[in-house]
Design a binder for this molecule. Structure first.
Ligand SMILES: Nc1nc2c(ncn2[C@@H]2O[C@H](COP(=O)(O)OP(=O)(O)OP(=O)(O)O)[C@@H](O)[C@H]2O)c(=O)[nH]1
Ligand SMILES: [Mg+2]
Length: 292
């Protein structure tokens, strides 16, 4: 977050502490938020609310303004429940998203966290059978995280691998089964249909599953990633967003734009490539971290 903080903080602080709250304050604030990828609709809402409060006399100085801005951003980012419910037996998590957004890496980190920090037994399913390298990559993560993994042959049916993984998970008493899938674009009809089929096959093995479909979004792709996520979530049911690569961007405001514009909770954030670089998304902490 430090890159976003540096970019946004400098601009906001310069804006807010330069005396009166006037037209220029609002323009500069708007610009700063747009630069941080908070997005035009969300920015407009926030600035209009602040302007109103200022003209009603509720806001006087820069300090108050910073505080209200933080509160408003956090409010907009709060969407539904942000926690993953792990009470199923086993809980099935399905990772979906556009190519290269960080599905496999997120699964590795999540598996590690569940197993080593929460003491859950995890089984991974390598249902990205598109390339042999994809399975190898997930095997590497399974090894590092110390979890079991179920794989299929290259080119085999991804639904069958998902089905097997859940069957194995149940047989071995796993708490969580996490299924990897191949990257795809919402415009690839056949691949989207394949994803729906994977979901149907999973439900055949366990009626309520998948319990959590997580869509990974690459934070460095900004507003473009937001549009992709919107279209993707219209094609497949998504329960939560994992916003990845936040360590590599000065545009962390995208988390707020996604939550407030898509109405899908951002549940996890990726902040690096190592096992421990995954965090829960907390709107209050996040808004505070953006500004102070
Ligand atoms: N800096 C950084 N890099 C990340 C993060 N998450 C993933 N990556 C990197 O992004 C690249 C793609 O990650 P993958 O996990 O392979 O993405 P994927 O969605 O599984 O890709 P496909 O299976 O090809 O669709 C890799 O080089 C990862 O190391 C993150 O939070 N921060
Ligand atoms: Mg992958």
């Amino acid at each position: 977050m430090s890159k976003t903080r540096q970019a946004l903080q400098a601009e906001v602080q310069a804006t807010l502490f330069e005396g009166d709250l006037d037209e220029e304050t609002w323009e500069r604030l708007e610009e700063a938020l747009i630069m941080a990828d908070v997005g035009a609709p969300t920015t407009a809402k926030v600035v209009a609310a602040l302007e109103q409060e200022a003209s009603d006399g509720g806001l006087t100085g820069g300090e108050q303004l910073t505080q209200r801005l933080t509160e408003l951003l956090a409010e907009l980012a709060r969407t539904g429940t942000d926690q993953i419910d792990l009470r199923h037996d086993p809980t099935v998590i399905l990772a979906v998203g556009v190519n290269g957004t960080g599905k496999t890496t997120t699964i590795g980190k999540l598996a590690w966290h569940l197993q080593n920090e929460l003491g859950k037994k995890v089984v991974l399913g390598a249902a990205d059978t598109f390339r042999a390298a994809a399975t190898e990559q997930l095997e590497g993560w399974a090894q590092r995280a110390g979890t079991e993994i179920v794989t299929g042959r290259e080119g085999s049916d991804p639904g069958a691998v998902a089905y097997d993984a859940i069957a194995q998970g149940r047989a071995r008493g796993a708490d969580v089964v996490i299924i990897d899938t191949a990257g795809r674009l919402h415009t690839q009809d056949e691949l989207m249909a394949e994803l729906s089929k994977v979901r149907r096959v999973i439900a055949k093995q366990l009626p309520d599953a998948p319990h959590e479909t997580l869509l990974t979004v690459d934070a460095t792709t900004g507003q473009n990633g937001l549009r992709q996520a919107k279209l993707f979530s219209e094609a497949v049911d998504v329960d939560g967003i994992v916003l990845t690569k936040l360590d590599g961007t000065a545009k962390g405001g995208i988390a707020l734009a996604i939550a407030s514009e898509l109405k899908i909770p951002v549940k996890l954030i990726g902040i690096g490539e190592a096992l421990e670089d995954l965090r829960p998304f907390d709107p209050d902490d996040f808004a505070r971290a953006l500004l102070t």
